[in-house]
Write a protein that binds this ligand. Structure first.
Ligand code: KG4
Ligand code: ZN
Length: 347
């Protein structure tokens, strides 16, 4: 059975995983959230340093849990994979160099994986086993802190971009709105938690549907929230440190979350319908959002797949799985290009 060691360091999670056949033997993740929290967002230089510092421990923990001995011997694993992008350049280098060293020691091929394809394939895990293969063709929505992309996925490695954000990613909008409201980073989970407490009439924010294009735009929605807050609290409310009381804040969270959710669901469904696609798969950090899951669940006429919550945010398990699917297909060119086209899986 094929054993794959994988690395993930695109943003603020340092992760290493071992996949043996379809079974995930380990998936060690060190989250840097506490490091970036006081800046309300990821500071690239701090992220790179933290990856460098934590990688040896994360790798040792992933190998130990999978029963692979250090130092790596020839043949210890059959392939080594890493997220080659998109991501923060300094952060990416750490994963790549670690993967190169591991591949050299193990005498194994090195496979550069597209991180966004990883978010899509994460939908295949069922309690640590990659036993729910995606059925193609499908419409894939990848919603993370750095990306909002809609793909027409015709098979493994065969993706065409239908639309993408023209400004902020969906997760980024959650993070920025949370910051305006004085909620902790990462904004997505904070906003979702507050939204669940909302009672009464919520403000009405615009849905950025952008008719005539399959692209997305979330920065106007963030600005609408900011104007609303300025109207309630006065100009320069943020600088003055004035924040909404909890009940009103919960209503803003609810209204914002509804606007993002409805936009994502409607645009994805419209695109799928126009292409005659019956299946939708949703991945990336924002896909952990319960309201988004529920809204997709209410869509009629589609089979909608999400990844289990444990695999929505960045992890190396999904990177290993991309490598497995590629090895199974036996058609990979060893693409190690540093800055890949977003939808280019490097197959
Ligand atoms: O995929 P991910 O872990 O990292 C990137 O590749 O960017 O996504 C992180 C993003 C953050 O912006 C975070 O606020 C958002 O996913 N997120 C959520 C939720 N959990 C994480 N957004 C909305 N609701 C959530 N429950
Ligand atoms: Zn990601």
């Amino acid at each position: 059975m094929m054993k794959i060691l994988a690395f993930e360091t695109t943003c603020d999670e340092t992760s290493a995983a071992v996949l043996e056949g379809e079974r995930l033997r380990s998936n060690a993740v060190f989250s840097q959230i506490s490091l970036h929290r006081k800046y309300s967002g990821v500071v690239p230089e701090l992220a790179s340093r933290a990856h460098l510092e934590k990688m040896p421990f994360v790798l040792a923990s992933a190998l130990k849990a999978a029963g692979v001995k250090l130092p790596l011997k020839k043949g210890a694993v059959d392939a080594v994979a890493f997220s080659r992008g998109p991501g923060l350049p300094g952060a990416l280098m750490v994963g790549r160099v670690a993967a190169e060293a591991a591949a050299e020691l193990a005498g194994a091929p090195l496979i550069g994986v597209n991180h966004l394809e990883g978010h899509l394939l994460a939908c295949e895990f069922d309690r640590g086993r990659a036993v729910r293969p995606l059925q193609f063709p499908l419409a894939a929505l990848i919603v993370s802190g750095g990306h909002t992309e809609l793909w027409h996925a015709r098979g493994y490695g065969d993706y065409r971009i239908l639309g993408r954000t023209r400004d902020d990613a969906a997760g980024e909008a959650f993070d920025k709105v949370a910051k305006l409201l004085g909620l902790p980073y990462p904004g997505g989970p904070s906003v979702e938690k507050e939204a669940a407490k909302a009672k009464g009439v919520c403000p009405d924010f615009p849905r950025p549907y952008m008719p005539g294009t399959r692209d997305f735009s979330f920065s106007g929605l963030k600005t609408a929230v900011s104007y609303y807050l300025a109207g309630q609290l006065g100009q320069d409310f943020y600088k003055r440190g004035v924040r909404l009381p909890p009940a009103a804040r919960a209503r803003v969270c609810r209204a914002f979350q509804d606007a993002v959710t409805e936009t994502l669901v409607r645009k994805t469904a419209d695109a799928a319908r126009s292409l005659g696609l019956k299946r939708i798969a949703v991945g990336g950090g924002v896909s952990a959002n319960g309201a988004l899951r529920a809204a997709f669940g209410r869509l009629e006429g589609f089979e909608v797949r999400f990844s289990e919550k444990a695999y929505c945010s960045d992890n190396a398990a999904m990177v290993a799985l991309c490598a497995l699917r590629r090895l199974e297909a036996g058609k990979f060119r060893n693409s190690l290009k540093v800055a890949p086209e977003l939808a280019d899986p490097g197959w």
